[in-house]
Design a protein around this ligand. Structure first.
Ligand code: NDP
Ligand code: MG
Length: 393
């Protein structure tokens, strides 16, 4: 039996890598739906190649252009429009597996729809779990959804955990050690970072990723979001999740045990490894990633994170500790600030300043529903926009 897959965010970096892996195993996978946003030409090519039943976009004009390209190629994929359509293809009874690879809070609704429908969820869209942690994990328990992490660090931890982790009171795990490359500005101070351009911030030394996560890696907010993500996925307090700078990005993360053992997962910095792992789990299958040559690598380095020059990491630990809607507010302020930086409206170092300001001003509460999470997200966005307007003036 082939696994039927909905791929949300097919046109992005994770989406393209996922289709690369799927294409290697036509006997195992069948594509049910693909979604994109602005890159309709790429989405059309993907539909022509993979022949999904549905393609989803958000904008009616883009849907028309996509439909025209598909008809011209005699492709029978049906084009659907809007956020409800994203939720529908994520929860359709024909679907076994959903890859959640939309970037940012825009992925929340469809990711939650997949969880509530009890799908096997391949989670790349970390922002949805950061925003709605309690409700997300409650829905996982209620629906029996299986969440497999795509984020390379969390996928590594998942691979290094003991089989008895959930049943046996964490199976002797004492700490999670999250790898961080340190990004393109590792070793820099804040003054040197002030004038960097979006192109410099997006030029990650090890990973080719979308702009938003690349900027998050440069500020280290990505690692902060990952601390919160790991807390939810592995039911671990942030105090037991350490970040270790490892510039080569070969060890993707580690699990420390009470007996002094540390288990690590290693591999090339290529997202096809965690994607193939999660797609095939509990089996293994080829991903297209070449073998690791440890002798050629010859050395692996480690250092402590620089929290003074990269304040976003400490802010994320603070949000994890505060709980409630604090992580959703952190995420919203960060998304607005990152976009303002990409739009050349604020300096790189002002991303952290905007987030810090919002985290100090916002009065946190416990969101009881997804609508309440979305309300906190919206309020934090309005505050962040106002803050950025003031910085610009
Ligand atoms: P990209 O920016 O490359 O792709 C994002 C995808 O989301 C695209 O398909 C894009 O469509 C779509 N999209 C953008 N905005 C919207 C919206 N408002 N509504 C619906 N769809 C939208 O991002 P990545 O692939 O790099 O990252 C995707 C997710 O995976 C993020 O949450 C990221 O944190 C996570 N992740 C990524 C890793 C990586 O190596 N790239 C590693 C670990 C996690 P279009 O391009 O057509 O406009
Ligand atoms: Mg990661």
């Amino acid at each position: 039996m082939r696994q039927t897959i909905t791929l949300l965010g097919a046109t992005g970096t994770i989406g393209v890598n996922t289709l690369d892996v799927i294409e290697r195993h036509p006997d195992r996978f069948e594509v049910f739906a693909l979604s994109g946003h602005r890159q309709f030409q790429r989405l059309a090519q993907q539909c022509i190649r993979h022949q999904p039943r549905y393609a989803v976009v958000l904008d009616a004009q883009i849907a028309l252009k996509l439909s025209a390209l598909l008809s011209a190629a005699a492709c029978t994929t049906e084009v659907l429009v809007g956020t409800q359509a994203l939720c529908d293809v994520a929860s359709d009874p024909c679907v076994d597996t959903v890859m959640a690879a939309i970037v940012g809070a825009a992925g929340l609704g469809s990711t939650m729809a997949a969880v509530r429908a009890g799908k096997k969820l391949l989670l790349a869209n970390k922002e949805s779990l950061v925003m709605a942690g309690t409700l997300f994990m409650q829905a996982v328990v209620e629906s029996g959804s299986m969440v497999l992490p795509i984020d390379s660090e969390h996928n590594a931890i998942f691979q290094c955990l003991p089989v008895s982790y959930a049943d046996d009171h964490r199976g002797g795990v004492s700490k999670l050690l999250l790898s961080a490359s340190g990004g393109p500005f590792r070793g820099w101070d804040r003054d040197r970072m002030r004038g960097v351009t979006p192109a410099e911030a997006c030029a990650h030394p090890q990973w080719a990723m979308g702009d938003k996560i690349s900027v998050d890696s440069a500020t280290m907010m990505n690692k902060g979001l990952e601390v919160i993500e790991a807390g939810w996925l592995f039911d671990m307090p942030a105090s037991k999740i350490d970040v270790v700078i490892h510039p080569q990005s070969i060890i993707h993360s580690m699990v420390q045990y009470v007996d002094g053992s540390v288990l690590a997962q290693l591999g090339h910095p290529d997202m096809r490894t965690p994607i193939a792992h999660a797609l095939a789990w509990p089996e293994r299958m080829a991903s297209g990633v070449e073998d690791l040559d440890l002798v050629a690598l010859s050395r692996l380095d480690f250092a402590a994170p620089d929290e003074r020059n990269f304040p976003c990491l400490a802010m994320a630990y603070g949000a994890a500790k505060a709980g409630g809607d604090a992580p959703a507010v952190l995420n919203a302020a960060n998304e607005i600030a990152v976009q303002a930086f990409l739009d050349l409206r604020i300096d790189f170092t002002e991303i952290a300043e905007v987030v810090e300001h919002i985290m100090n001003e916002y009065r946190f509460s416990e969101p009881e529903s997804l609508a309440a999470v979305e309300e906190s997200d919206a309020r934090a966005r309005v505050m962040s926009v106002a803050r950025i307007d003031r910085i610009e003036r």
